[in-house]
Design a protein around this ligand. Structure first.
Ligand code: GLU
Length: 457
């Protein structure tokens, strides 16, 4: 059976780095197992879901390097869910309940005061047809609960019923179905909660491995029961830990915190995001991994910690610098070209400046320095300005190469007696306008003799 995974966000906002962790765990798992990746939009909530968010999520996934084999929308599949509802009703596994939220809350309090677990007591199962008709006549509409298989013969005599699975991430997991309320699958207004459409799709789309955040561990007990009630073998499950920011706060699509689009706009490389999103909270140390195939080789979900992983967004910038420092010209070329950096000098320019960049777009500033001179001429003392003038008089004729800087500054040293910082700093300031930056040995051939002379103070 082909390994098939899915990433199933609701398109109610932009995805963040925590969602990217889930998407990437699935993507890398599929990659390692020659599997398929289904992009599923859980958009049964028609009021909150938006196509523009679904489009934006696909864009973010592509940017990260995730290319789904199929894209599905739950909002287009209501008949399939309706058919599953009929099947469950016919089997007596989905029953109508008429309680209001207040009535349920009151019952919960009574159970607690009697030291009973605050689960739903299945009172609706006792309703006669007349009682149901009376509720309907009052204008009440039922919500529908799934009868959990946590009893032998009498649904009012529940008994410990363990559901086990060997979690891909967490190892052996157990949920006791007697500790849970029968879950509502369909609301009064006929809309679906997440559980039933999710399980129906997992069956129909041939999902073999469900990998998601550990906020779904308890749901898995219910879902395994539902798979079985619908006559399907449950897939394998894996629940990874969640990411939180340094102060322990969770991430939310709603607040837009650390959204993938925001990170992209701030110049963070996709592989910086992917490296952090995948490796944090695992036994692998977080490192800037330049390619998805290499990340796949390092990915081992079984080593993921069980507790939430705090991460520092500043770490993204550190990874970004490392990625850019090692990025070959061929990979940067198109993006440089879009910044107006092209021609025969583009490659040596890239190799000269990449070690000094926080973001690829910062290259544009250096290109300007190389092509047009410093944005603002550096302020030099009269003495230093004279020194620079003297040094420029000693510039050798072209052609220049990587050794020109050394031979020139050697000649300047001999002629002026200056060495070390008093020699190099005025030259750097005059040539670039800045006190730090790429190696001048690399920049000098890019400036050329004419360009260098034009920087005479
Ligand atoms: N739409 C659900 C969520 O975003 C999917 C959970 C799952 O992967 O089953 O939480």
């Amino acid at each position: 059976m082909t390994v098939t995974v899915r990433f199933a966000p609701s398109p109610t906002g932009r995805i963040h780095i925590g969602n990217a962790r889930t998407a990437l765990f699935n993507w890398l798992f599929a990659m390692k197992n020659g599997g398929r990746f289904v992009q599923r939009f859980d958009d049964t909530d028609l009021a909150r879901s938006k196509q523009e968010y679904a489009d934006a999520i696909l864009y973010d996934l592509h940017w990260l390097g995730i290319f789904p084999d199929a894209t599905e929308y739950q909002s287009r599949r209501f008949e399939v869910y309706d058919a599953a509802v009929e099947k469950l009703k016919a089997a007596g596994l989905l029953y109508a309940c008429y309680e209001t939220a207040e009535e349920l809350e009151l019952r919960r309090k009574i159970r607690l005061s009697r030291k009973l677990p605050p689960v739903y007591g299945r009172e609706a199962l006792k309703l006669t047809d007349e009682e149901k008709a009376a509720f309907e006549a009052e204008g009440r509409r039922p919500h529908w609960r799934f009868l959990l298989p946590n009893f032998k013969d009498d649904p009012f005599e529940t008994e410990r019923t363990e559901v086990h699975w060997n979690d891909i991430v967490r190892g052996n997991e157990t949920v006791d179905l007697a500790s849970l309320s029968d879950p509502v699958l369909v609301r009064e207004d006929g809309t679906y909660l997440y559980t039933l459409p999710s399980v129906v799709d997992d069956i129909e789309m041939g999902i073999t491995h469900i990998i998601r955040g550990d906020d779904h561990v308890t749901n898995t007990g219910v879902q395994i029961a539902l798979f079985k009630a619908l006559g399907a073998e449950p897939p394998a499950f894996g629940h990874h830990n969640m990411l939180t920011t340094g102060d322990g706060e969770g991430l939310s699509k709603r607040t837009g915190a650390l959204s993938i689009s925001g990170l992209r706009e701030s110049g963070i490389e996709p592989m910086s995001v992917a490296s952090l999103a995948v490796l944090i909270g695992t036994s692998e140390s977080v490192a800037a991994v330049p390619a998805m195939s290499e990340l796949a080789a390092r990915f081992d979900p079984t080593t993921t910690s069980k507790s939430a992983s705090k991460f520092d967004p500043d770490e993204l910038l550190v990874l970004n610098r490392t990625l850019l420092h090692n990025m070959p010209f061929s990979e940067a070329q198109d993006r440089l070209s879009a910044l107006g950096i092209s021609g025969e000098k583009a490659e040596p320019f890239w190799l000269a400046v990449r070690g000094n960049l926080d973001r690829l777009s910062d290259a544009a500033g250096w290109w300007r320095v190389v092509r047009q001179g410093p944005e603002q001429p550096a302020e030099l003392s009269g003495e230093d300005a004279d020194f620079v003038g003297q040094a420029l008089d000693l510039l050798p004729e072209e052609p220049w190469d990587g050794t020109t800087w050394k031979s020139w500054t050697q000649a300047v040293k001999e002629a002026t007696g200056r060495k070390g910082k008093p020699l190099f700093m005025p030259l750097r300031l005059a040539l670039t306008g800045l006190s730090s930056g790429p190696e001048l040995a690399d920049l000098l051939p890019l400036l050329g003799r004419e360009g260098t002379l034009a920087r005479r103070p």
